[in-house]
Design a protein around this ligand. Sequence first.
Ligand SMILES: C[S@@+](CC[C@H](N)C(=O)[O-])C[C@H]1O[C@@H](n2cnc3c(N)ncnc32)[C@H](O)[C@@H]1O
Length: 220
Amino acid sequence: MKQDNMPQVTRFWNTIAEEFDAIYTGANKSWTSRFLDRVFRKDIYQRFDWVMQKSGDVRGKTICDIGCGSGRFVTEFAKRGAAHVTGVDVAPDMLKLAQGLVERDGVADKCDFALSDVLNWKTDRKFDIAIAIGFWDYIQDPPERLRLIRNFTKETFLSAWPRFWTWRMPVRKVRLQYIRGCPVYFFRKPQVFEMLEGAGFQVVSCETIGKLFCVEARPK
Ligand SMILES: C[S@@+](CC[C@H](N)C(=O)[O-])C[C@H]1O[C@@H](n2cnc3c(N)ncnc32)[C@H](O)[C@@H]1O
C-alpha cells in the first residue's frame, strides 16, 4: 500500500543532517570513522565524481538538485561556473547547512533553496540539468516525482538508484527503517529504466557504482 512517508523521512534527515555532512568533510570524526566511511560509503564519493564528470562543463548552465541535502553538489556546481543552482529538500536542517555552505564558499548569489518535497514544489522554471542523488532511496513510488522532474528538465537528468539485493540492502533496512524509523527502498535495473522511460526520459547510460545504478537520461 502506498503511504506518505515524508514525515518520517524529514524527521530522520533533520536529526542526522550534520552527521551526514560529516561524511564529506570528516568533521569531528575519528581517524577510524573516516577510514570506515571511505571503505563502506565509498559510493557516496564515487557518485559525486560521477555527477561532476557527466555534467561536464557547467559554465552558464542552470541546475536543479532534488534532495540536495547539505548542498555539497549545489556549491560545487556554482563554483564550477553554473549560472544558477537550485536545491530542493524536505529537511529544514539540511537546507540550513546548505545555505551556510554556499555563503562560506562565496556563491550564495547564484544559489537558491526550496523547502519542499518535489511533489509539492510549484515552479515554472526549466533547468538545463537536474540531479537526484541519494534521493530515490526514500521514495516508495517514484513515477509521479519523475514526471515532475521531466517537466522542468531541458537537457540531462542524472540519478542514482540503490540496487535491490546487495548485502547493504538488509543492513540498511534494519538500521534505517526498523531502528531509526526512516523507510528505505531499493530498485532493479529494468524497473529503473521502465520508470524513467515512462516519465518521458530516454536512458543514455547506466553504470553500476558500488551499490548504486547511476543513470544518465535525457528528455525524449
Ligand atoms: C542521502 S541525503 C542526499 C543529499 C545529497 N543529494 C547528497 O548526495 O549529498 C537525502 C536527502 O534527500 C532529502 N529528501 C528525501 N526525500 C525527499 C523528497 N521527497 N523531496 C525533497 N527532498 C527529499 C532528504 O531530506 C535528504 O536531505
